[in-house]
Design a protein around this ligand. Structure first.
Ligand SMILES: NC(=O)c1cnc(N)c2cc(Br)sc12
Length: 318
């Protein structure tokens, strides 16, 4: 095979492997047996060894970085990462609804989403390439954990969208992975993680990406910074765009026209919570239209157009 043929084949393998990866890790619908994926990946590794000039940072072979970092660099978020005000009961939710109606009237809708109990992160794409990933930190300054986030297979290393994009989401450890990890730690006489959130945070703060890669972390993306710049006009349209771009979003979201529908969604998912493959600690409720979000504005800490309903703390049986 000459260089030009190798270049064409490398491009084909990028597309094939990215598609297989998307089907498996984003859609949860594997399209080929693992052996087929491994065979194609091995073919790409061999071609990159034979033609090093064909090895690029966004190659599917580059998910698990080499060197162990000494520390994490600080990253300033170009758009601050918000925190949410809390609601603890039906009355708090009705108060929130009254405040929204006072500001924007009765013609609006909410979007309800599961509040993932993980670690808030931000992904930065430039010209369609994943270039940096960071923790929320204090909302303005986070830590650069790009190497560890690259190991999360549901994070695309390249997207079709050419402009610069910042995508926010929650990295988490599925319940089964958490139980498996603690079982191994117990067998090794190591300290156990208290819960999947701590396990996810501890895994993403590993200085060695090879350790993070073994922790079966996953992610749900739920917002774009400056989403309006992409032309979408509401939060729900933004989530649909994230789906189209190949990101993993949580499909249990629902548009609600009234607070009664919001309360029904809260009730439904409070009951379904134990059967989910991941921990949630509440429900996020947002006014959908960006124009109406702008009318409501933001306090120093959190938006007036969103609230997080928190499930009551579970009784710990000692
Ligand atoms: N879907 C969402 O908006 C969402 C889900 N899960 C979370 N832990 C958070 C946190 C903020 Br802040 S928003 C959000």
């Amino acid at each position: 095979m000459d260089f030009e043929q190798a270049k064409t084949r490398v491009q084909e393998l990028h597309e094939l492997l990215n598609q297989y990866n998307y089907d498996y890790h984003v859609l949860d619908q594997p399209s080929v047996p693992d052996a087929e994926y491994d065979q194609r990946l091995h073919e790409l590794i061999k071609l990159e060894q034979e033609y090093p000039e064909l090895l690029v940072a966004h190659s599917p072979t580059q998910r698990v970085g080499g060197q162990i970092l000494d520390a994490f660099e600080k990253v300033e978020h170009r758009t601050p990462m918000l925190s949410l005000g809390n609601a603890f009961n039906e009355e708090d939710l009705r108060d929130f609804d009254r405040r929204v109606r006072q500001a924007v009237g009765d013609r609006f809708s909410y979007v309800c989403e599961l509040k993932i109990d993980g670690l808030a992160i931000s992904l930065r794409y430039e010209n369609g390439y994943f270039v940096q990933g960071a923790t929320r930190g204090d909302g303005t300054i986070g830590e650069d954990i790009t190497a560890n986030l690259k190991t999360i297979r549901s994070i695309p290393l390249h997207i079709s969208d050419e402009h610069t994009l910042e995508v926010r989401g929650e990295a988490y450890m599925p319940k089964k992975s958490f139980e498996k990890l603690n079982k191994v730690k117990e067998e090794n006489g190591e300290m156990l993680f208290a819960n999947p959130r701590n396990a996810a945070a501890g895994s993403l703060r590993q200085l060695d990406p090879k350790i993070a890669a073994k922790r079966s972390l996953d992610i749900f993306l739920y917002a774009m910074a400056d989403a309006g710049k992409t032309g979408v006009r509401s939060h729900s349209e933004g989530l649909d765009l994230l789906d189209q771009l190949g990101f993993k979003t949580n499909q249990n979201r629902r548009k609600c026209a009234t607070i009664e529908e919001v309360l029904a969604y809260v009730e439904e998912w409070s009951a379904k919570r134990p059967d989910l493959a991941y921990e949630i600690d509440g429900i996020v409720i947002k006014v959908d239209s960006f124009d109406q979000q702008d009318e409501l504005g933001t306090t120093a800490k959190s938006p007036r157009w969103a609230i997080a309903y928190k499930f009551p703390a579970e009784e710990v049986v000692t």
